[in-house]
Design a protein around this ligand. Structure first.
Ligand code: NAD
Length: 366
């Protein structure tokens, strides 16, 4: 049986709480289904930086990167800043270090969760590019001034091609599970030179994937369509900053950040974390919704299963998703979804809703 080494970075605020929730569910899966995971915990956080000045280094990331996957809680505290005035975020540095160019953010309206828009069902995958765009210039030399400040938006053909290849492959895989199989690019080529190249590369990749439908909207109109008629979208792909914003608009349609998982991947590395941040406003109160982190852990198992051709991982990921679906449909519900259940009660319910390890649902397990 394959054992997996998982690096775990709890981080700040509710990060450690949701990481504890996810590892508790994964531990239950180890007991129920014979999954084998070894965790190595890494204590990097904005809080550590505030106390000691220590932050994650390239050598740390090299070491962490030797594991099979990284589970990441959330990092950053609004009042902890670098000398440049920016927040500390190891997630941005890891994206650059490991070349994690695609952030996959599934957006699904679960039974029992109310959407602020009228929609029978919402099921999309938002893919945000995460190494270039407006974040490409973060390490540029910065001349401090109170009068002018600027950021640089960079798009490259190489990364855009990889990104769109992933988008069309994901649409194809989703179509096998019953979704329309369609990719929409959100961009701003009417005003930004960088986005002219983005659109051009998208058209070229779409022309190589004519079995999958494609569409393009300017980011402003596309954001409106997403709110007014989310059923137009299946796979949505965009550059870094637009993808950042639109993935949270999409999360808002299905119950908010507490149910919004994500996977930052390259062709070799994967960092699995919720879309939300460290939520310092609710940290330490046992009210954080752990579902986004737990679904991110399930995405990690799906990714490991595909890479290692390990059916056990794929099936366990599906079992976690089933348990989350059952829990959301029948309760208990966390505070952000209108309930009053503490984090640990939601975790216990998810574990109790894990499907039995029988032949019908998990052939070959245990
Ligand atoms: P946030 O996502 O932490 O919180 C936004 C709102 O959503 C808050 O009201 C919070 O209480 C709520 N929320 C978030 N996750 C929740 C959960 N699991 N359950 C219930 N409610 C939840 O965003 P923010 O307040 O803008 O940022 C707080 C800190 O997190 C900042 O320092 C920011 O830089 C950092 N941040 C980190 C990441 C990351 O680690 N990937 C991402 C975004 C923000």
């Amino acid at each position: 049986m394959t054992r997996y080494n998982i690096s775990v970075i709890p981080g700040d605020g509710i990060g450690p709480e949701v990481i504890n929730a996810a590892t508790t569910v994964l531990d239950a899966c180890q007991n129920h289904y014979g999954l084998e995971l070894d965790y190595t915990f890494h204590d990097f956080s904005a809080d550590l930086y505030r106390r000691t000045g220590r932050k994650i280094t390239p050598a740390d990331m090299d070491e962490i990167g030797t594991s099979d996957a990284v589970l990441f809680g959330a990092m950053g505290l609004p009042d902890v800043r670098t000398p440049e005035g920016l927040e500390l975020g190891a997630q941005v540095e890891m994206r650059a270090h490991y070349g994690l160019f695609a952030s996959l953010r599934p957006v699904r309206l679960y039974e029992g969760v109310t959407s602020p828009v009228k929609a029978d069902s919402i099921d999309m995958l938002v893919i945000r590019e995460t190494t270039e765009g407006m974040f490409a210039g973060l390490n540029d030399k910065h001349e401090p001034s109170d009068e002018t400040a600027s950021d640089r938006m960079t798009i490259t053909r190489a990364t855009s091609e990889k990104l769109f290849d992933v988008a069309f492959a994901q649409a194809r895989a989703r179509r096998e599970r019953g979704t329309p199989g369609h990719v929409t690019l959100l961009h701003k080529s009417n005003a930004l030179r960088s986005n002219v190249l983005l659109e051009k590369v998208f058209d070229e990749v779409a022309a190589r994937n004519t079995d999958i439908g494609s569409a393009k909207y300017y980011i402003d109109a596309g954001s409106m369509h997403m709110v007014m008629d989310p059923s137009r979208f299946d796979v949505v792909v965009s550059e870094n900053i637009f993808g950042d914003i639109v993935s949270e608009i999409a999360a808002g349609l299905v119950g908010g950040l507490g149910v919004a998982p994500s996977a930052d991947v390259s062709l070799t590395h994967g960092v699995f974390q919720p879309s939300h941040g460290s939520a310092p406003d609710i940290a330490g109160q046992d009210v954080a919704n752990p579902i986004a982190m737990i679904l991110s852990a399930a995405m990690m198992l799906t990714w490991l299963g595909e890479r290692r051709d390990d059916q056990r991982c794929t099936i366990v990921a599906e079992h976690i998703q089933t348990a989350v679906r059952t829990t959301l449909a029948s309760g208990p519900r966390p505070r952000d979804l209108g309930g009053s259940a503490p984090t640990r009660e939601v975790v216990e319910a998810i574990i109790s809703n894990l499907p039995a390890s029988d032949a019908a649902t998990s052939e070959g397990l245990k």
